[in-house]
Design a protein around this ligand. Structure first.
Ligand code: NI
Length: 135
């Protein structure tokens, strides 16, 4: 088994809050991330595909193909968008890095033509990232 990774970047805004809490509770839980007019991040997304090497090509998956799949199914939907309002697969979801990573997994899991989707890594800041491997 070998692991192949494609990295893409996108910039988005969001606001973290839960409508079932009042303003004071949301400020307590989410702090600055609850800023009413939102704030932005330059996200780094890493998509890891696991599989065997195809002896005819030497590839697990053609990275140019993986790049196109990520751009068409994820980056075009999230880049320069408001994650609370503009993204179909995040509708009604608090757009934390955790929830965005799960959403991206669901966007890609059935679209990988060779190998299997192994992990989504999403860096929200230099120091904070989440990793999701399905389930
Ligand atoms: Ni944030």
């Amino acid at each position: 088994m070998i692991y192949v990774t494609r990295r893409e970047v996108f910039s988005s805004s969001h606001r973290l809050f839960n409508p079932k809490y009042n303003e004071e509770e949301n400020n307590l839980i989410f702090g600055k991330c609850n800023n009413f007019n939102g704030h932005g991040h330059n996200y780094i997304l890493e998509v890891v595909v696991a599989g065997d090497i195809n002896p005819d090509t030497g590839y697990v998956i053609d990275l140019k193909m993986l790049k196109t799949i990520i751009i068409e199914n994820v980056i075009k939907k999230v880049d320069h968008k408001n994650l609370n309002m503009d993204v179909d697969f995040l509708s009604g979801i608090i757009p934390t890095a955790e929830n965005i990573a799960v959403g991206i997994w669901d966007q890609l899991k059935d679209k990988i033509p060779s190998g299997n989707l192994y992990a989504i890594k999403l860096y929200e800041t230099e120091n904070n990232y989440v990793e999701y491997k399905g389930e």
